[in-house]
Design a protein around this ligand. Structure first.
Ligand code: ATP
Length: 316
């Protein structure tokens, strides 16, 4: 399922492509007006964080509780609002925080029936290396899962450790991809029932923003970060295109081309329900970025997967 998250004002022209209203004619000249995009939801600028959460992520919490893996990721150009959507700020908590609140409430309601074990990992992919945001002193991590503890505190701690630097496009630009993963294991309390142990992994991902080198004045470290971000997003795009291929002979999916795609392998092509949020800015200055984001999301929407419950039966 693809969700299009429009973080600020956008008008949809009659042919279906998304253009900012005041520059619609010029934009139409720049890119032929025959592009059509269809998404499950479009959120205009007045949408609240809660509305975005309720339409996109809340419905799939039921899948987590019934033992399905799910993932939610935000994609878009730098400054388009991905971190705002996924993490939010003090008064406007984003999807990750709202998910935690709702998930804890739903687990509380099931607490008579199931005993729950939760573990958390929070990783960032920065310049093609993986760091554990919950324990950065460990340095670079090999690909593995780690981390247990009190979820909200861990989230805050991880965010403080995340790599951010000001750029021309965004004063608080995330220079890494952040992957927050929750592992939920529910064990039936009543050993006399036929209920199964249910395990699920929920991945909430704030991707770093794509950026056009020609449109930034980034130099040195910022330029190297930008190049690595683009390289990994390109690798992600190649995997999405391969997964979305309708060719009879399925093409090879190049997961091994970047650390990001290796990390997201089971969130993209595996037994997982995925929601992609495509963030776009209303500014005419970002028209090309908007168009690219919509194209990227359109490809992702073609991925067909079937998720089935991953259940382990414990001897009762
Ligand atoms: N829907 C929104 N409502 C209010 N403010 C927003 C919204 N979306 C983004 N912003 C603001 O715009 C700025 C850029 O947003 P944000 O940092 O989320 O972008 P980003 O896509 O994560 O960028 P990058 O890829 O560079 O990290 C921030 O100051 C953020 O608070």
């Amino acid at each position: 399922m693809i969700q299009l998250h429009v973080s600020t004002a956008v008008a949809v022209c009659s042919c279906g492509c998304v253009l900012s209203t005041n520059r619609r004619r010029e934009a139409t000249r720049a890119i032929p007006c025959n592009a059509k995009f269809a998404f499950d939801h479009v959120f205009p600028e007045q949408s609240s964080q809660l509305q975005v959460f309720q339409k996109t992520t809340k419905p799939i919490l039921q899948d987590v509780l019934s033992g399905h893996n799910v993932s939610v990721f935000a994609y878009g150009a730098t400054g388009a609002g991905k971190t705002h959507t996924m993490l939010g700020h003090g008064g406007e908590p984003g999807i990750i925080v709202l998910t935690m609140v709702e998930l804890f409430e739903q687990l509380r309601q099931r607490s008579q029936e199931y005993e729950t074990d939760l573990s958390v990992s929070y990783l960032e992919v920065y310049n093609e290396t993986i760091r554990d945001l919950l324990n950065p002193s460990v340095g670079v991590l090999n690909l593995r899962e780690s981390g247990d503890g009190v979820v909200m505190a861990l989230l805050t701690k991880g965010n403080q450790n995340r790599t951010q630097h000001p750029t021309d496009a965004n004063a608080t630009s995330s220079r890494s991809h952040a992957v927050f993963q929750l592992h939920v294991k529910q064990t039936p309390r009543n050993s006399g029932t036929t209920a199964h142990v249910l395990t699920a992994k929920m991945s909430l991902i704030d991707l770093a923003g794509s950026e056009r080198a020609s449109a930034t004045s980034n130099r040195g470290a910022r330029m190297r970060e930008g190049a690595n971000i683009n390289k990994s997003l390109l690798a992600l795009g190649s995997c999405i295109n391969a997964l979305a291929s309708t060719a009879r002979r399925k093409p090879h999916v190049p997961y091994r081309n970047s650390k990001l795609t290796r990390l997201l392998k089971d969130s993209l092509g595996g037994n997982t329900r995925t929601i992609m949020l495509a963030n776009v800015s209303p500014s005419y200055g970002t028209y090309d970025d908007t168009f690219n984001t919509l194209q990227y999301a359109k490809s992702a929407k073609n991925i067909k997967k079937s998720a089935s419950a991953w259940r382990r039966t414990r001897p009762l």
